[in-house]
Design a protein around this ligand. Sequence first.
Ligand SMILES: NC(=O)c1ccc[n+]([C@@H]2O[C@H](COP(=O)([O-])OP(=O)(O)OC[C@H]3O[C@@H](n4cnc5c(N)ncnc54)[C@H](OP(=O)(O)O)[C@@H]3O)[C@@H](O)[C@H]2O)c1
Length: 467
Amino acid sequence: MSDSQFISAKTALTGLIGWPVSHSVSPVMHNAAFAARGLDWRYLPLPVDPARPDAVGDAVRGMRALGLRGINVTVPHKQAVLPFLDHVEAAAQAMRAVNTIVVEADGSLGGDNTDAPGFIADLRDHGVEPSGMHGLVLGAGGSARAIVYGLAQAGAHRLTIANRSVERAASLLADLRPFLGALPVDVVTLPDGITSVAASAELIVNCTSLGMTPHAETTPWPPDLPLRPRQIVYDLVYNPAETRLLRQAQAGGARAIGGLGMLIWQGALAFTRWTGEPAPVEVMRAAAEAHLRGQQASPAPAAPSPVQVRRATVEDAATIARLHHALQAHHAAALPDFFKAPSASTFPAAKVKELLQKPATVMLLAEVGGVAAGYLYADTTPAQETSMTHRLERLWIHHVGVEPHWRRQGVGGALIEAAKRVAGVEHIRTVGLNVWAFNEGALRFFARHGFAPYNHRLWLHLTPPPA
Ligand SMILES: NC(=O)c1ccc[n+]([C@@H]2O[C@H](COP(=O)([O-])OP(=O)(O)OC[C@H]3O[C@@H](n4cnc5c(N)ncnc54)[C@H](OP(=O)(O)O)[C@@H]3O)[C@@H](O)[C@H]2O)c1
């Protein structure tokens, strides 16, 4: 795209139909993604009033006439669009809900649902594998259908669906039953029926609208019912970022995950469906977060961080070696052609022990509820960047590793802030590190913590000439 502001007859158009759509995060998220990929594409909010006769059919059929490339569909039209599509993916058929429409090359209209895979992708992004888990799904509306279907597909071991109107939960189950195989699923009332399953559920997912702005004080979870460590509470609500339910989870020591990641992943999957290109997920996340921050009338109070950071001792050497192993395995899984899989000689405990005995080493361990969640390894040896520069007192960070299970929980941030404090105490005014230029997520993370690019290193890899 030559000029990012310019829209021409060649600009490919996508958008969102729903009612209302004015508060949707999707336009900023997708437009940022198109710009980041250099695509001459735009995403428009397209309010379609359900009270207008034939509005949904006119909108869907109009896509073809207007040359739109695809649209997202939100409440209340996810089901209403179905009769106007030429073909619908099996998952969307099962859920009886379409959130993504693609105008295929032959002009046919294809319907898909990226909510279920988006949810599962975000769970895995947080290091949570739902396979084998007992899931408790709160709610039986449109999103609950996607979550029940997604958890079943991902291999959940048992599901309980709890809804205020138990008939609606039963009807959800009746619709989805043919797609759930032999998975045991029971239906209970919300909130009374959840008492008996609350303790055995390993993954609790809020699919009700309780807790959502402007009703941020509401929660589907009874205040006197405990949530426990080792339970995972996922709230589909993403505005506010920290819901009352997530605070209840944290208070009980459970893992708390908000719904923004699912929103981003369902959008990322739609982006790929339309453009055929991988989505710039971190760009989409940053745009969505910035938009939601701007929407909040006043900044949400910071949650008390459950992360504790302390200086590591030689007793922690094996733990740190294990955390490093997990970090390297994570990189190797993401980029196998570039990163080596860890081996026994990768940063072994003996090496960590040796480093811990050096006075210049700064080794920090982050714990959540006493469980090791991440580490940071740095040193304070002064160094000279080039022959033209002064020898610099600096704290140089070699590794920051966060256990995949604890990603996006503030562990990395707590480690960086602790490293800054160590530097402050030692009167060192520069903290530095190298970040791979392709690691957009890390670059944004460090930018959020005040780091600016400095002396980027670029490499040229030459391929040997053919023999
Ligand atoms: N993160 C994401 O990407 C994502 C994606 C989709 C949806 N969401 C969020 O998920 C939430 C639900 O969306 P949806 O499309 O499933 O909505 P929906 O189809 O309207 O369903 C709403 C659900 O909330 C329940 N509910 C509403 N008010 C209640 C109350 N006062 N007490 C108890 N239950 C109540 C309803 O129970 P009844 O059946 O008894 O009325 C129903 O189960 C919304 O906050 C939405 O923003 C997030």
